[in-house]
Ligand binder design. Structure first.
Ligand code: DGL
Length: 283
């Protein structure tokens, strides 16, 4: 059966479960769109790995998604958006967006004192990409980055409001608070799930920016501009969201069901993701 271009799914990937915070916003804000999601659960975390490694992993996943006949790709991982998006975008012929630019853009819109904090993985912060995008839009902005590597395992252990998490948030964020930021970008997929603890530590006066939400808005605009938006509701489609992982499918599904607005019945394990090569197929 030939599927119209605009009825094809959106491809989306992350190092694991974190990108589900982006999938959640796409489901809520662009409800007509089908999604094929890949979580690289065998190779998570990406946050402390080198650019070369992230680029290689991301290329493999993009080839996999292309084989699922997706119409656009969302890099739902901040680290992969920082290290791999710009290069891979030039290698494929479908639109591709990440989470960094939308997050940077909205932070520039909401800051009043031009002092913006960014928290993320070591890779995202060391890439300097949030700073670059923010300074392109607002050359007067001061950007203060802070890597918070322990936040990811705390979220994955479901310690969202645990005293240990509060303690770590206090250690990571006190310095940013002292720098008088009025806007803080939650520049890692997992951090929106720590929103209440982060809010408690930084106080009510700091605006928290969730790039996941902004990415869904950017995706919606991109699809409309390119004539790729699905105009038909998903009503009759019994399986509009498909999930693939490279390991631990059951725990992925359990985590997904705690945060997504729909129940997912199945996540399929792909055993050979590293075999998806630049030629566009498995070798
Ligand atoms: N998804 C990653 C990110 O947003 C966080 C988890 C990881 O380090 O792989 O940067």
């Amino acid at each position: 059966m030939i599927i119209a271009e605009n009825e094809k799914p959106i491809g989306m990937f992350d190092s694991g479960v974190g990108g589900l915070t982006v999938a959640r916003e796409v489901m809520r804000n662009i409800p007509n769109e089908r999604i094929v999601y890949f979580g690289d659960t065998a190779r998570v975390p990406y946050g402390g790995k080198s650019k070369d490694t992230i680029l290689r992993y991301s290329r493999q996943i993009v080839r996999f998604l292309q084989q699922q006949d997706v119409k656009a790709i969302v890099v739902a991982c901040n680290t992969a958006s920082a290290f791999a998006l710009e290069e891979i975008r030039t290698e494929i012929d479908i639109p591709m967006i990440g989470v960094v630019k939308p997050g940077a853009k909205i932070a520039c819109e909401v800051t009043k004192n031009n002092r913006i904090g960014v928290i993320g993985t070591k890779g995202t912060i060391s890439s300097g990409l949030y700073t670059e995008f923010i300074r392109d839009i607002n050359p007067c902005a001061q950007v203060i980055g802070k890597a918070c590597p322990l936040f990811v395992p705390l979220v994955e252990e479901n310690m969202l409001k645990d005293p240990v998490t509060v303690e770590m948030a206090t250690r990571y964020l006190s310095g940013l608070k002292e720098q008088d930021i009025d806007t803080l970008i939650l520049g890692c997929t997992h951090y929106p799930l720590l929103r209440s603890v982060i809010r408690e530590v930084v106080g009510e006066t700091v605006t928290l920016v969730n790039p996941a939400y902004e990415t869904a808005r950017s995706l919606k605009c991109l699809l409309e501009e390119r004539g790729l938006a699905n105009t038909k509701a998903l009503g009759d489609d019994s399986n509009p969201y498909q999930f693939y992982v490279s390991d631990a499918a059951d725990s992925f599904r359990e985590f997904a069901n705690t945060i997504l607005p729909v129940d997912i019945r199945n996540a399929t394990k792909i055993n050979n993701i590293e075999e998806y090569q630049e030629t566009g197929g498995t070798v």
